[in-house]
Design a protein around this ligand. Sequence first.
Ligand SMILES: NC(=O)c1ccc[n+]([C@@H]2O[C@H](COP(=O)([O-])OP(=O)(O)OC[C@H]3O[C@@H](n4cnc5c(N)ncnc54)[C@H](OP(=O)(O)O)[C@@H]3O)[C@@H](O)[C@H]2O)c1
Length: 218
Amino acid sequence: MIDQLPVIAVLGGTGAEGSGLAARWAAAGYRVLVGSRSEERAVDFAAKIGAEGMDNATAATACDIAVLTVPYQAQRTTLTALRETLQGKVLVDVTVPLVPPRVMRVQLPEEGSAAHIAQTVLGEGVRVVSAFQNVSAGHLQDPAHVIECDVLVTGDDPTARSEVVRLAEAAGLNAIEAGPLDNAVAAEALTSLLIWINRKYKSPGAGIRITALPADKS
Ligand SMILES: NC(=O)c1ccc[n+]([C@@H]2O[C@H](COP(=O)([O-])OP(=O)(O)OC[C@H]3O[C@@H](n4cnc5c(N)ncnc54)[C@H](OP(=O)(O)O)[C@@H]3O)[C@@H](O)[C@H]2O)c1
């Protein structure tokens, strides 16, 4: 039933995190649009994974669900430019509000979280869901790697949250709904702890796992 799957745009999909997600969704049979500031860069990468490459605005226009995977410093400007295009859609925000060089310390934005910035910039006409902040890009990029960590999915719209859980599962990840968008701050903050833990224990990509859930949590 490939026809019924949503079309996914990965905005900034040429990068570390977005490329892994895009490749996994393309391999799962989704129509994936890789977005970039450079159409040429997107086309080159997309050809390698069975996706379509284009500029971010074209991808945002043609998709059902957009996934934002650009650095925090580029989040606001990227979303501001796509605000009108994204109205009525689901925007999955993967942004971690890291402030280099102190990325191993939690430094939250004045607005509370990157997810709140996304919702504020886009307005209530876009259903923002926050997810994937705690999944290492290196793990995502290796299609053979079985990713053991959980993905925390937060957002105010229950239908959009469930759709993003399905997307995470299609990418081979275990996803858990974790409440409203206000809760995204916890997942965003955890990433700095994970980066610190990676360095301390020489891990290629530590993750988190929620325990004591029933086997069938649907
Ligand atoms: N890396 C990880 O392990 C990881 C894990 C969890 C969450 N995240 C989050 O995922 C997001 C992406 O991380 P990443 O490591 O994939 O970043 P990245 O590779 O540095 O950048 C991703 C893409 O963003 C685009 N980009 C870069 N600077 C931009 C700018 N000034 N304006 C617009 N677009 C720009 C680039 O695409 P084009 O040049 O093609 O436009 C680039 O390929 C971040 O918010 C990060 O916190 C990352």
